[in-house]
Ligand binder design. Sequence first.
Ligand SMILES: [Zn+2]
Length: 150
Amino acid sequence: METLPYDPARLAQRAAEIVANTRELSALGWTPATSSNFSMRLDDRHAAITVSGRDKGRLTEADIMVVDFAGQPVATAHRPSAETLLHTQLYARYPDIGCVLHTHSRTQTVSSRLFAGQGHVRLEGYELLKAFAGNQTHEMAIDVPVLPNT
Ligand SMILES: [Zn+2]
């Protein structure tokens, strides 16, 4: 039997979490067609990520694969999302990041088009700003960068 370079039990657990979260986000309409991609850190070298080209509202655990932090498939013939390196670069650079949920909601799509010229979307005075770690007040602003799609 082949020895896998990651823990298959951990993959099964992470895959179940990704499927549950993805169905919830898809039900909100945030993953139109086969857009969006989702991943979770497996260990300090691997991540579980959605297979390319799947309808995120109909995912099963078989639609989750393993990649290394260079974005290469590990022990699978599946092809990962075209945006895999966005995920794996975050895991490689920030050890405290445990998952990446990349959606295509109408709000973020329209906002990014609307604010592309100024280079950021300013969130200011919203009660929900308190959701950011270490922030105690809504009386502040956060600029979310808008980057070109390359
Ligand atoms: Zn995308």
